[in-house]
Write a protein that binds this ligand. Structure first.
Ligand SMILES: Nc1ncnc2c1ncn2[C@@H]1O[C@H](COP(=O)(O)OP(=O)(O)OP(=O)(O)O)[C@@H](O)[C@H]1O
Length: 459
């Protein structure tokens, strides 16, 4: 089976239990190649090539900033041949009519049966489709999305530029949420491979028994359930860039296989005998210290040197000085504009509060915190009390510049912080779950589930 014989499905929607379940359900058909994008912008940034044009597109309206018509139209124009489904939390006749007018094939309300309905709708829609060449796409500029004026970020930008000139392997390190994937996207976008696929795979997110076939593909009959041949991510990324996130989580057996694949520049699918040559730029990332992993015997030294290539280290946000404010303002501006709200300013106290916090979740956490602050603010200014850190500033700025060690205070986990943000929102909105879900851009069922399980309380 050639790549074009597979049925390519793009699933666009924020990480949620529903999307994970749907992705799993659709992947059970071995002819399906399902790719996930968390936002429409990322799907649009994926410049199409013959191998990556989807036959079907499923867009979850949850978390898409109110389903901006412009972006939906752009997607529709970009992918005229794709069957296009829009998922919604609840039925809204006006939105449905609007979506259908824009050429959406079906508007599907998410419930327990909807994955099955989608499966059947896809089966019905599925027929050999003549894939037209993709129209030229205005390149997104992820390099511009990498904000920051701190000297360390200027250096990162220089390294991105240098990395983009050749196909050297790049290893990106940095704590969680520091922007490692954004750096990988920027290198891809600035490189000569920009018109080709950018394929990302998180080693920690795939069950270990599936990872080998996910990376290298499998032949028909390779294992129970492998009823047809399926290509892996190396082949999918052919001509483009493969981003392997959390590389330190790769178990030793697969490390050995990856090393061989990189040395031979060819993959052999699971259960296969014929090596398939590939041309891929590899970018790897980890939040761990890979050298220490080698030292501890958990990571192969030979693979470490093979992957090191051009190392790019992203500093934690707490070491980027005034960039915290620059990013906070940019995120609040973008969030307010998307929601058609006046852009609030940060009060002096709010700025101090931001600068004195350690941001264990780095830029990702800052973005979530300031977007919620914009929601909670009364009037044109964000006050210090609108900034919902769960704990008192965990580190003072002076302490925060020290490298984290086993003696640094224990930070609340990202989950704890997410719950804290949800709780603050519920409280501020007097327990109005629907309004809180809309503002937080999470499914209301998520909030109800957390309330039921006692993780969140109604005021
Ligand atoms: N310098 C930056 N400018 C603007 N946005 C940024 C920057 N760095 C990170 N972000 C945003 O922060 C979020 C987290 O970034 P990203 O996913 O690239 O981090 P990561 O280091 O790969 O995270 P993880 O370790 O969890 O995989 C994303 O929404 C990203 O767009």
């Amino acid at each position: 089976m050639k790549t074009s014989d597979y049925y390519h499905i793009w699933l666009v929607g924020p990480d949620s239990h529903y999307i994970t379940r749907l992705c799993h359900r659709l992947s059970l058909n071995p002819d399906h190649v399902v790719r996930r994008f968390t936002t429409i912008a990322l799907a649009l940034a994926q410049r199409s090539s013959v191998t990556t044009i989807p036959n079907a597109l499923i867009l979850d309206s949850d978390g898409q900033e109110g389903l901006p018509r412009r972006l939906v139209r752009k997607l529709r124009e970009r992918l005229p041949a794709a069957v296009f489904f829009v998922l919604a939390d609840a039925h809204d006749a006006e939105t449905e009519a609007d979506m259908l007018a824009q050429g959406i094939s079906q508007y599907v309300v998410k419930d327990l049966q909807s994955p099955e309905r989608l499966w059947q709708a896809l089966a019905a829609a599925r027929q050999p489709v003549a894939v037209p060449p993709a129209p030229p796409v205005a390149p997104e500029a992820p390099a511009d999305m990498l904000l920051g004026q701190h000297a360390s970020m200027q250096q990162v930008r220089e390294l991105i530029k240098k990395a983009a000139r050749t196909s050297i392997t790049v290893s990106v390190s940095g704590e969680t949420g520091t922007g490692k994937e954004l750096v990988a996207q920027a290198i891809h976008a600035q490189s000569g491979r920009a018109g080709q696929p950018f394929v990302a795979l998180n080693m920690a997110a795939i069950p270990r028994e599936l990872l080998e076939s996910e990376l290298f593909g499998h032949e028909k009959g390779a294992f129970t359930g492998a009823t047809t041949r399926r290509i892996g991510r190396f082949e999918e990324a052919n001509g483009g860039t493969l981003f392997l996130d959390e590389i330190a989580d790769l178990e030793l057996v697969l490390q050995a296989k990856l090393l061989r694949v990189l040395q031979e520049r060819a993959v052999t699918r699971v259960g296969g005998t014929q090596p398939v040559l590939f041309d891929v730029r590899l970018i790897v990332a980890t939040h761990r210290n890979l050298a220490a992993e080698v030292e501890a015997g958990r990571f192969r030294e030979d693979l470490y040197y093979r992957l090191l290539g051009l190392p790019i280290e992203l500093p934690p946000l707490r070491q980027r000085g005034q960039d915290i404010l620059l990013l906070a303002e940019a995120f609040v501006r973008a969030f307010s504009q998307l929601n058609k709200l006046p852009v609030p300013a940060f009060s002096e106290e709010a700025r101090k509060r931001l600068l004195s916090y350690a941001f264990p979740g780095n830029v990702r956490e800052l973005k979530a915190v300031v977007e919620l602050a914009a929601v909670l603010a009364d009037g044109p200014q964000i006050a210090a009390c609108d900034i919902p850190f769960r704990t008192a500033p965990a580190l003072r700025a002076t302490e925060a510049t020290e490298a984290p060690s086993s003696t640094t205070p224990v930070f609340p986990s990202l989950r704890e912080q997410t719950l804290a943000i949800m709780q603050a929102s519920l409280t501020a909105l007097n327990g109005d779950v629907v309004a809180a879900a809309n503002r937080l851009r999470v499914g209301r069922s998520t909030l109800y589930r957390l309330i039921q399980s006692g993780h969140l309380q109604l005021p």
